[in-house]
Design a protein around this ligand. Structure first.
Ligand code: APR
Ligand code: ZN
Length: 366
């Protein structure tokens, strides 16, 4: 079928909104009519060439929609299901999946921006077009593996569902599944975009005591107070490490999170952690960047430095938990999505992200 999609032909170029060819779903795949797609920084990293991806490609990995057709042998979703899309459709058979870490699925990692069989369903101008995260939801329709859809028990607004597909699960999961924040502890979050605000919501859910939001923009910091931040630190004018230490009686925070994506902010997250502090790196730094840490401090203060990918969550079991938390009023997703766009406005949506507009943007499809 012919569908409208935003194609990235080259790094550094605006996305090209045009018709592309989308094949029928093959065995174990489903066709989804996209309802909403989130404007996430991870896609921007590919557009800027800060992260490698096969091109041409349809980006978009934070989405939700409705299943309109199922391929042969599909058992995990049915036509008409409203679904959240997962950008790590787990194979269920590799070592990582079998060990319960389906967010790190080996087969998904090995097949990258292709479907699990290594081929693409998208084509344009005689070329194969790749699928970011096997989602490619900057398009009216998407063919995805059946393990990449998480059916919703009750319908929720599509833009909220889309957020659960990436930023919410990544951020809340980092707080409650990766770091396992303990009640009453102190938390510092560097970078308060869609993902960082979700870390803050996760810290609040875990009943953290002090939750310190760190950003370089005052507007983001004020906004963070709506999601559970108790203190703010503006990293633009003064050293954020010093400020976080001052707010925590000189100790540093028990849990720190890097949610921007750079070597410098990773180092700051490490340096502002307390003795026995847990440092969780969520943001994806430009490819090749390194962060230097004091090797003696690591030992003498028994700090833990770890990464967190997709919130260490298992999409098919943990995303429904996020939906329940939203429905019971414990996750404020209604305030998170503040800007809505059409697919034709996608380049403007990314310009708004670059300008640092607060909150999350989402593309809506009719
Ligand atoms: N110190 C603190 N905050 C910073 C700094 C800095 N030096 N530089 C930028 N920021 C803030 C920005 O002002 C912004 O509020 O980090 C925030 C990043 O938010 P978004 O651009 O909305 O990014 P988001 O979509 O939340 O993703 C964050 O997580 O999944 C990854 O790839 C993603 O690396 C990205 C990160
Ligand atoms: Zn994302």
């Amino acid at each position: 079928m012919k569908v409208k999609a935003a194609v990235m032909w080259e790094v550094g170029q605006p996305l090209d909104i045009r018709e592309v060819d989308l094949d029928e779903p093959k065995a174990g795949e489903v066709l989804v009519k996209v309802g909403s797609a989130g404007i996430c920084r991870s896609d921007r990293h590919f557009m800027h060439g800060d992260a490698p991806i096969a091109i041409p490609v349809v980006l978009g990995h934070e989405g939700a929609g409705t299943v309109v057709q199922t391929g042969p042998g599909v058992t995990l979703a049915s036509e008409g299901d409203q679904v959240i899309l997962s950008f790590v459709p787990a194979c269920g058979r590799c070592r990582s999946c079998l060990e319960g870490h389906s967010n790190l699925c080996d087969l998904h990692a090995a097949t990258g921006a292709n479907m699990l069989d290594g081929t693409t369903r998208l084509h344009a101008d005689g070329k194969d077009v790749h699928h970011m995260g096997k989602v490619a939801c900057f398009a009216e329709y998407a063919v995805v593996p059946e393990t990449g859809v998480v059916p919703l028990a009750d319908s929720i607004p599509m833009d909220k569902a889309a957020m659960i597909g990436c930023s919410v699960t990544t951020g809340v999961g980092a707080a409650i599944y990766s770091a396992e924040i303990k009640p009453g502890s102190t938390v510092a979050v560097i970078g308060c975009g869609g993902v960082g605000l979700s870390v803050i919501m996760g810290a609040a859910l875990a009943n953290a005591g002090q939750i310190i939001a760190v950003d370089i923009r005052e507007a983001q910091l004020e906004f963070a107070m709506r999601f559970g931040a108790t203190h703010t630190v503006n990293a633009a004018d003064q050293d954020p490490v010093r400020q976080v230490k001052d707010l925590t009686g000189g100790r540093g925070a028990d849990y720190t999170f890097e949610v921007f994506g750079s070597g410098d902010t990773t180092k700051a997250a490490y340096d502002m952690a307390a003795k026995r502090g847990i440092v969780t790196v969520v943001g994806i730094a430009p490819w090749g960047q390194e962060a230097s840490i004091n090797a003696v401090d690591l030992v003498r203060n028994e700090k833990t430095l770890r990464g967190s990918y997709y919130g260490s969550a298992r999409s098919r079991t943990d995303m429904p938990v996020m939906v329940d938390l939203y429905q019971s009023g414990k996750l404020n997703l209604d305030d998170l999505v503040v800007r809505h766009y059409t697919l034709d406005q996608i380049n403007e949506a990314y310009a708004d992200l670059d300008r640092g507009e607060i909150g999350r943007g989402a593309i809506m499809f009719d």
